[in-house]
Design a protein around this ligand. Structure first.
Ligand code: PLP
Length: 425
């Protein structure tokens, strides 16, 4: 199929001819019997190899800089050296940054459960004392939504712009509804759009009138995960919140899941003094201290903030060509037909693709039947419901470059066929 003008502009005979051509290409694709996967945002094996020194570190050592014996209980706040290393990138003072277990998602989940059971500083009752809701910028991260769905917290979608959530929409929702107790935020290289919140948006989010026990779940999962020289400058959300008179509003989360090993890394939580005191009090009933030996391994591997930055450059060298491939294949295959619009993120793990309204679920199904697994359409929306059925999340990091390109080509074939079918329906 050479062509082309936008599918949406074709008359019926031209559209039928295009559909037949796409259908033939799709049959050929199926005959190739591929098994490829574009679903989860995981590092590739080549990226994991960058951290293989973790497999022998800490080489018999067991003390931190202060001389504490890390083999034993204690050190509930985590290793000071590791907290120091991430303090600058996360813009959280070391004294209010805890290094804990292996997953930031667990910390977010537990924070919500503690708030439901006990309430948070500044609140006058546990969140569970009445029905509550969270704001969910869309498209967003499905696992955030899952936590709320699990505990019956209503999710209210909010549109996302290039510079973060739509502030006007947030303001009017907050003003009208004091049952809103939380908001999901991925402020840097958002999952899946790659949006980076501007300082103006951050200032608005920390200052808008809201319930005293309203919290921003500031999931800074991709703070150091740059893909270009245009690195997102960290924003000190805690200082801005304090300046606005709402010091307790942000709860900052992050982890080394995509720095070292997902599942065997270290997660962080940072917040105001009141929130950290609350968090530590809750934690004291849960644990007598984190895995400090793993934290020491991370200190020895990454050394300090500049060692961390160097390590992330090695990830970038592996990842940037994969993101370039997404842009190139979509440009070659979708642009001639006006068949999609996608983001070109400057960091993070995902590309967000919008196809013709009403065609996303069909495109994902066709891709799946041809052996190409793609994140289910709708997954980026609360309750799995994309009202436009248009958004598809692309996760290009895991497959080797050759396989990735084959999968993207196949996905485009499926998208074009789904769009032609949708227009003919
Ligand atoms: N937050 C975001 C925005 C993510 O995209 C992911 C993983 O994809 C996580 C959190 C998971 O973090 P962790 O491995 O620390 O639980």
């Amino acid at each position: 199929t050479t062509a082309a003008s936008p599918l949406a502009d074709l008359d019926t005979p031209a559209l039928l001819a295009a559909r037949d051509a796409f259908s033939a290409a799709y049959d050929e694709l199926k005959e190739a019997r591929l098994t490829l996967d574009l679903t989860r945002g995981k590092p590739s094996a080549e990226q994991l190899d960058l951290s293989n020194d973790l497999l022998h570190l800490p080489d018999g050592e067991h003390r931190d800089a202060s001389g504490l014996d890390l083999r034993n209980y204690g050190g509930a706040e985590g290793l000071p050296e590791l907290r120091e290393m991430f303090s600058d990138a996360l813009r959280v003072p070391v004294s209010r940054l805890l290094a804990l277990g292996n997953s930031s998602l667990t910390l977010m989940h537990d924070t919500i459960v503690q708030a439901l059971l006990h309430g948070v500083p500044g609140g006058d009752a546990p969140w569970s004392s009445r029905p509550i809701s969270f704001l969910a910028p869309v498209p967003g991260y499905d696992r955030h939504f899952t936590i709320c769905e699990r505990y019956g917290i209503r999710l209210i979608p909010v549109p996302t712009n290039d510079d973060g959530p739509d502030v006007e929409a947030v303001a009017s929702l907050l003003a009208a509804d004091d049952s809103i107790k939380g908001m999901w935020c991925v402020p840097v290289y958002s999952n899946p759009t790659g949006a980076v919140y501007s300082e103006e948006v951050v200032r608005a989010l920390v200052s808008l009138p809201a319930a005293p026990d309203f919290r921003l779940f500031w999931d800074n999962a991709y703070a150091v995960h740059h893909l270009t020289d245009e690195r997102a400058e960290p924003i000190d959300v805690l200082a801005l919140a304090a300046e606005a008179g709402n010091p307790d509003r942000p709860l900052i989360f992050a982890s080394t899941s995509k720095v070292t090993y997902p599942g065997a890394g270290v997660a962080f939580v940072g917040a105001s003094e009141a929130n950290i005191g609350w968090y530590k009090h809750n934690l004291s009933a849960q644990s007598i201290g984190p895995d400090k030996i793993n934290q020491l391994r991370h200190v020895r591997l990454l050394e300090d903030a500049s060692g961390l930055a160097e390590h992330m450059e090695k990830h970038r060298a592996i990842l940037a060509p994969k993101f370039d491939a997404v842009d190139r294949v979509f440009r070659e295959r979708l642009t001639p037909w006006g068949a999609g619009a996608w983001t070109a993120p400057k960091g993070g793990y995902f590309v967000s693709l919008d196809v013709l309204e009403g065609a996303a679920a069909r495109a994902v199904q066709l891709a799946k039947e041809a052996g190409i697994a793609v994140t289910p359409a709708g997954a980026t929306f609360p309750y799995g419901d994309d009202p436009r059925d248009a958004n598809i999340r692309i996760a290009p990091t895991f497959p080797p470059l050759g396989e990735l390109t084959t999968a993207l080509e196949g996905l485009c074939t499926a998208i074009l066929l789904a769009e032609a079918e949708t227009l003919l329906a």
